[in-house]
Design a protein around this ligand. Sequence first.
Ligand code: AMP
Length: 332
Amino acid sequence: MDEKQVIVTGVRPTGDLHIANYLGAVMPLVKTLEANKEAEVFVFVADLHGLTDNDAQTISDYRLPVVKDYLALGLDKYLNSGKVHLFIQSQIGELISYLALFLSRYTTFNDLMRVPTLKEKLRVNQEAGQANALLGYYPVLMAADILIHNATIVPVGHDQLPHLEKTREFAEKFNNEFGKVFSLPQPHTTENLRILSLKGQGKMSKSHPEGALFMSDPEKTILQKIARAETAKEGEATPNLDSLLTIAAELGIGTEEFRKEHMAGKQVVGQFKKVLGETLVKFISNFQNKRSGISDREVLDVIMKGGAAARLSAEKTMERVKRAVRIDYLNN
Ligand code: AMP
């Protein structure tokens, strides 16, 4: 088996992108692409995963706009290499489901219920009376997304590590039973960035829009949100101020001097907010301009090409899987 590097990563199309999505997910992905120019990379919009805990209309509304977001945020630069494939998960839905079926042999209902991230999601959804079996099946589907391209590297946040562990377990058990078909994917843990809501505690999230800075916000809203963002009294450090400083630093603003003066009791928060607000306006309006220049037709072209490459890769793996399980009896 060739040992070329294959990277697989997904994004759920569940809402408007905010600045924390960019800093926590898109920017690390672009860095990964930059650092792995020789690797084959599959980036997919996880519309089937989205259906585990979102309604079909939401997924339909965001499926293609997310592709446009990602192109405008820098993925466009990497597509011409022929090694980076951007596609929609459902373009190869039947192949993923087929592989998931074989992988299901290596887990039990009880095991699935014990995956930590899932346990929490199931609890929240159960309270709302919505925990469906697809949600419980998530770790198997995620393993199929990864193994179907024979991934060697999967960029994950720390909270996703248990899922990747499950994926490796499936691959190992399959290989033990049928001979080496799958590579064991290695996690590449990305820096655990945690951007807080601009208002109150908790993470910045689309479910609390008043504390989120959206990539679609107009200039006036951005400046207002930053002006009203919670910070700290002179000489005090708070998680909210730290989070604003993190956003600033990630966008290339030098923050050390400001932090020092603030801790020494100087009134510099207003000045800091002004610089941060202006930088954000510039960054977000550049993004919006670039995004508006990308046509729907271009998005479709990207995913037709990406989907075809993903299908080729997935079919190749499924041929090997079927041969290993001796289920290709019609071709004998
Ligand atoms: P979500 O849309 O909430 O599923 O988030 C998608 C991805 O964006 C996450 O997996 C994180 O990588 C990133 N992300 C979302 N919210 C935050 C946040 N508040 N701070 C840092 N990263 C975040």
